[in-house]
Design a protein around this ligand. Structure first.
Ligand code: PEP
Length: 256
């Protein structure tokens, strides 16, 4: 049986100046900087990527970005590319977050281009999928997740698929304090694992980490992280303070 190492990723969104970012990362490095039982990724805004990279140097914590453009360079004002992120030692990039889809009109096809560009540049994409409340209430959850997943992973090879991380983030649970029940989350995670099996074969699907995201905090994490197909968390609000983020990493490390 394959055991997947848990992964806890902090999505800071549009929060923290460089100085605030360095202070937070300093606390994380001091407390969990030698963590090896769990993969830990912090995703600051672009403005703090370089200073955070320096602050993380020598620790086991990894650096991620919250978005990127699919092209390597060119006339794309305001955008940042995969090679630029790699040059700053980023290892991960969040793609297709529901806020990008909703506020910046990102389509599955555009997100797919980013996934392929990330992989081409040795960045691990954290591909976000998830349904809105209206979609859940109309019984469309699995269909929505399937469409986003299949389109997002179009053209990804079996060899590179284990480098992809999937984040199941029900939109109605993001930043709302309404967490999915363990049953709701595990049902979708198992469904995603099944889709990955169809796309890439069973042994490959068993290697892919599927994170849960949506109001995960130290109080609800142990139960969610104990589910068979929940391999970690993508954390928004609770990643903004060292205490709660460290507690989440500790909760992930405690799952047997
Ligand atoms: C997110 O935005 O990815 C997220 C999960 O946010 P929160 O934890 O605040 O719900």
């Amino acid at each position: 049986m394959i055991t997947r190492k848990k992964l806890i990723a902090g999505n800071w969104k549009m929060n923290k100046t460089s100085a605030d970012a360095v202070a937070l990362v300093g606390d994380l490095v001091a407390t969990i900087g030698r963590q090896t039982d769990v993969d830990v990724v912090v995703c600051p805004p672009f403005t703090s990527i370089e200073t955070v990279a320096k602050a993380l140097d020598g620790s086991t914590l990894k650096l991620g970005a919250q978005n990127m453009h699919p092209e390597a360079s060119g006339a794309f004002t305001g955008e940042v590319s995969a090679p630029m992120l790699r040059a700053l030692f980023a290892t991960h990039v969040i793609l297709g977050h529901s806020e990008r889809r909703a506020y910046f009109a990102e389509t599955d096809a555009f997100i797919n281009k980013k996934v392929l560009a990330a992989l081409k540049n040795q960045l691990k994409p954290i591909l976000c999928v998830g349904e809105t409340l209206a979609e859940r209430e109309s019984g469309a959850t699995l269909k929505v997740v399937q469409t986003q997943l299949e389109a997002g992973l179009d053209g990804v090879s079996k060899e590179l698929a284990p480098s992809v991380v999937i984040a199941y983030e029900p939109v109605w649970a993001i930043g709302t304090g309404k967490v999915a029940t363990t049953e709701q989350a595990q049902e979708v995670h198992a469904f995603i694992r099944g889709l990955l099996t169809k796309l890439f074969t069973e042994p490959v699907a068993q290697k892919v980490r599927i994170l849960y995201g949506g109001s995960m905090k130290p109080s609800n994490a142990p139960e969610l992280l104990a589910q068979k197909d929940i391999d970690g968390g993508l954390i928004g609000g609770a990643a903004l303070e060292a205490r709660s983020f460290v507690d989440l990493v500790t909760a992930a490390a405690a799952v047997k």
